[in-house]
Design a protein around this ligand. Structure first.
Ligand SMILES: *Cc1c(COP(=O)(O)O)cnc(C)c1O
Length: 358
């Protein structure tokens, strides 16, 4: 039975994108970022498809636990680290690698009487002003971590870029320069690059890169799409036509009457709404694909449905499948219509949407 809505996940594309990232950052280790349910693609199936990655990165402990429960034994990095003793114990028990970004976490490690030796990623704030030690605080934090007993298995150094997707690379160059200045005399593995940096070749001299979005086949740059970088979109969000109707000229469609038929029109009702993760602010004219042809969304996005003007298409029937984004309809383009970024659309696909692996 064809479902009313589904997110089709192309696992071959995931693997191909990992390969493309490796080609763009040759000789580096790839930490595949699978936080936020693998950007809406399904945490465990995505990690299983990317089993060749050198490590996985998640934001939170619970995400790491889900990966271990699924039998994934690769290194798993907790990007936000841990905040309590209980979490630290769990992290030790499951062999997670920890980002250390705050003096409180250093203290926690100093007070931890446990034989486990962690891999620690010390995060330096080079301008993002979110997480990490400021350049002035970093040397002291680093020294304290070096004195931990038992000694950490390894101390590595990282920073995160605030504007790697910006056409003007000034800030990225500044951040990289700050990081290199602070770390070049230290014998530690390092990591700077997110997807945008990998794709522009910034920070790929480090031992590790940390791509997320690129692995899902999507471009972080507003004016480009994944295929421009030889990346293949992994998720195709597909719904179905549940009804069609004639709407006479002059009548409106949907809540609030924000779209009025300028001519006698044929409208298809499609089974996707904000309850599935479509933004309610998608405007009139946002494209969908029906039978391989583009047609514009008309009227408000409802919880479970949208309306599409199919007047100019060959006959549309109940049961036909409709692509909201994915192959042949870039999520980057839909994000522009919604006034957001593809990250938010992908992460926003809601729990009731089943994933189908291909
Ligand atoms: C989310 C995240 C990434 C991945 O970013 P993309 O833009 O999706 O490649 C890398 N590093 C850190 C610290 C992150 O939080």
């Amino acid at each position: 039975m064809s479902r009313l809505i589904r997110a089709i996940i192309d696992t071959h594309a995931l693997r191909a994108n990992l390969e493309t990232v490796r080609q763009r950052a040759p000789g580096t280790h790839v930490m595949a970022v699978v936080k936020a349910n693998a950007y809406g693609h399904g945490l465990v199936p995505t990690a299983l498809a990317l089993a060749d990655a050198d490590a996985f990165a998640v934001a939170r402990l619970e995400e790491g636990l889900s990966l271990r429960a699924a039998g994934i034994d690769r290194p798993i990095v907790l990007l936000e680290g841990v905040l309590t003793r209980e979490q630290l114990l769990e992290a030790a028990r499951h062999g997670f690698d920890l980002v250390v970004h705050d003096p409180l976490q250093v203290e926690l490690l100093e007070g931890f009487s446990n034989a486990h030796r962690f891999v620690l990623w010390v995060k330096i704030d080079t301008g993002m002003n979110r997480l990490g030690f400021r350049p002035t605080e970093f040397p002291q934090a680093f020294e304290r971590l070096q004195k931990l007993r038992p000694a950490p298995l390894e101390i590595r150094l990282m920073t995160h870029l605030a504007r790697a997707d910006a056409p003007d690379g000034t800030m990225t160059r500044q951040q990289i320069a700050r990081f290199v200045n602070l770390t070049r005399h230290l014998v530690c593995a390092t990591s700077i690059a997110n997807s945008a940096a990998v794709l522009i070749g910034a920070g790929i001299q480090c031992e590790w890169v940390r791509p997320g979005l690129a692995l899902y086949g999507v471009s972080p740059f507003a004016d480009r799409t994944g295929p421009d970088f030889n990346l293949q979109p992994v998720m195709t969000l597909e719904a179905s036509v549940i009804a069609t109707r004639r709407v006479p000229q002059g009548e409106t469609v949907g809540y609030d009457g924000i779209w009025k038929a300028e001519r006698d029109s044929t409208i298809a009702i499609v089974t996707a709404g904000y309850g599935d993760g479509l933004p309610r602010n998608l405007p009139n004219g946002t494209p969908v694909l029906i039978g391989g042809r583009r047609a514009p969304l008309v009227g408000r996005v409802s919880m479970d449905m949208i309306a599409v003007d199919v007047t100019d298409l060959p006959p549309v029937h109940v049961g036909m499948s409709v692509t909201l984004w994915g192959k042949d309809l870039p999520v980057e383009e839909i994000a522009r219509h919604a006034g957001t970024i593809p990250y938010e659309l992908l992460c926003g696909v809601s729990q009731r949407v089943p994933h189908e692996l291909r």
